[in-house]
Write a protein that binds this ligand. Structure first.
Ligand SMILES: [Zn+2]
Length: 196
């Protein structure tokens, strides 16, 4: 398996997104597909580890859904499209509270992160009919978390033969439009699968 140093660092796979949106620049690639690790130059990294406007997942909570690419909001956690998707429909489930460790969540937060993750799978299945999913958290920068200070659960739909999908889509300038389209499609799917 190639190591990260085998990558060709000629250009980032993804363009820098618009400011103010939430995303995890490279956590997924490091955890599950290290040979696809991308170079993003620290785009959208928080300025410090504290809560507040310097954290993209805290900042999302003060923005409207369409601007922030939020798909659904619960009482203690929310669901947002990753600004740096591995695949179309790559979602992040985040507690509102700025905590880094999974064990720092209280029981209600843990239950809602789980419930939202399950509904995210149902909504993605409704909207995109994926063949499988990657689920998980990268806890800590050493484990590959792009935004280590604010916990987030990845929900990544997978399709057979999708390994070469990202470079094709990500090198186009249409990514922000694709994300906006995905957000409204998934918000509608969320309503459909929750009956609300
Ligand atoms: Zn935060």
């Amino acid at each position: 398996m190639p190591t990260p140093t085998d990558q060709t660092p000629d250009e980032p796979v993804l363009p820098e997104g618009p400011p103010g949106l939430a995303g995890d620049p490279d956590g997924m690639q490091r955890l599950w597909v290290p040979h696809r690790m991308v170079y993003l130059g620290g785009a959208d990294k928080p300025s410090d580890d504290g809560p507040g406007p310097g954290c993209p997942f805290c900042r999302v909570q003060t923005q409207d859904d369409a601007t922030a690419l939020v798909v659904a909001r619960g009482e203690r956690a929310f669901v947002v499209l990753n600004l740096y998707p591995y695949n179309s429909g790559h979602l992040l489930v985040c507690p509102y509270r700025h905590v880094a460790d999974y064990v720092a969540l209280d029981d209600d937060e843990t239950a809602e992160v789980t419930a939202l993750t399950r509904t995210a799978i149902r909504a993605l299945t409704h909207a995109y009919q994926p063949h499988g999913f990657n689920l998980g958290m990268n806890q800590g920068a050493v484990a590959g978390a792009g935004i280590a200070a604010h916990l987030h659960q990845h929900v990544v739909p997978r399709w057979s033969g999708d390994a070469n999908f990202l470079p094709i889509v990500a090198r186009t300038r249409a990514l922000p439009e694709l994300l906006a389209d995905a957000r409204s499609r998934l918000a509608q799917a969320w309503t459909a699968v929750t009956g609300g």
